[in-house]
Design a protein around this ligand. Structure first.
Ligand code: 13P
Length: 287
């Protein structure tokens, strides 16, 4: 059964580790992440952007697929299905479809509008037993059409949103979706510390997990990050493994054209990336 992310993040916060949110794109992606979580006895959050939701034939299709996998693959570790960077409308669609967690990204709206919408969603999610993530200060770069300037969040605005009763808070701290540019200034630990200081025990979320050096990840966890989002890195691993298969001409040998064979190296590559992240985040054996 899908669970809210609330309890797993509170446990992570208390235990000084982080739970990974891995974004999904299709059946292979989802199966790879769920099996890796189970094999490593780790809690996990499956992230779905609005673009990925459309690609996978809608939120209800995704809920059906994941509920089926939890049962048929005997997945017993805690799994949350979470809308990533949701608009107000998408949040309601996912609530209706049976997601167990949502992110309302009001960071592109004026703070008063972000507060009003987040407040309303806190109430709805509490009634449904779902967890809610809010955002202050946009994440840089682009993810599925969501573009952000990458400014650092205002800690006082973070407190305003945290006090509404959200379960986790994403604060912009110089993090970027996608690959980091060579001249990236790094995470602003000063901002992170100030946000945590103002928000007390609120589990903080680090977006843009791809390519952040391990020492920065560990420091972010020390300063209060309990959830880390990874998307691009699984895409890069999948693409590299698939390229290798095709470039080696494997699709031209015997039944190598079988889609299950073509996709297999990419699936193994996703599993390896997810395991590596779980090790770094410290979530192994924390289910
Ligand atoms: P990356 O694609 O940079 O890993 O970021 C993922 C993310 O933050 C999803 O919201």
């Amino acid at each position: 059964m899908l669970v809210s992310a609330k309890e797993m993040l509170q446990k992570a916060k208390e235990g000084h580790y982080a739970v990974g949110q891995f974004n999904i794109n299709n059946l292979e992606w989802t199966k790879a992440i769920l099996l890796t979580a189970q094999e490593n006895n780790s809690p996990v959050i499956l992230g779905v952007s609005e673009g990925a939701g459309k690609y996978m034939a809608g939120y209800k299709t995704i809920v059906g697929m994941i509920n089926g996998m939890l049962e048929e693959l005997n997945i017993t570790v805690p799994v949350a299905l979470h809308l990533d960077h949701g608009s107000y409308d998408a949040c309601y669609k996912c609530i209706e479809a049976g997601f167990s967690s949502i992110m309302y990204d009001g960071s592109h709206s004026p703070i008063d509008e972000n507060v009003a919408n987040t407040k309303e969603l806190v109430k709805v999610c509490a009634e449904k037993g779902m967890s809610l993530e809010a955002e202050v200060g946009s994440i840089g770069g682009e993810e599925d059409g969501v573009v952000g300037a990458g400014e650092c969040a205002d800690p006082d605005e973070c407190k305003r949103i945290a006090d509404l009763g959200v379960d986790m808070l994403a604060a912009g701290i110089g993090n970027i979706h996608g690959k980091y540019p060579a001249n990236w200034a790094g995470l602003s630990f000063e901002t992170l510390a100030a946000v945590q200081e103002r928000t007390g025990i609120m589990p903080l979320v680090l977006h843009g997990g791809t390519g952040i050096p391990v020492d920065m990840i560990k420091k972010a966890i020390d300063l209060g990050v309990a959830k880390i989002n990874v998307n691009t890195e699984c895409q890069l691993s999948f693409a590299a493994a698939t390229r290798k298969y095709i470039e080696a001409g494997k699709d031209l040998e015997g039944k190598g054209f079988d889609p299950r064979k073509i996709l297999a190296p990419g699936v193994e590559a996703i599993k390896a990336t997810v395991k590596e992240k779980m090790e770094i985040f410290g979530s192994i054996d924390k289910a």
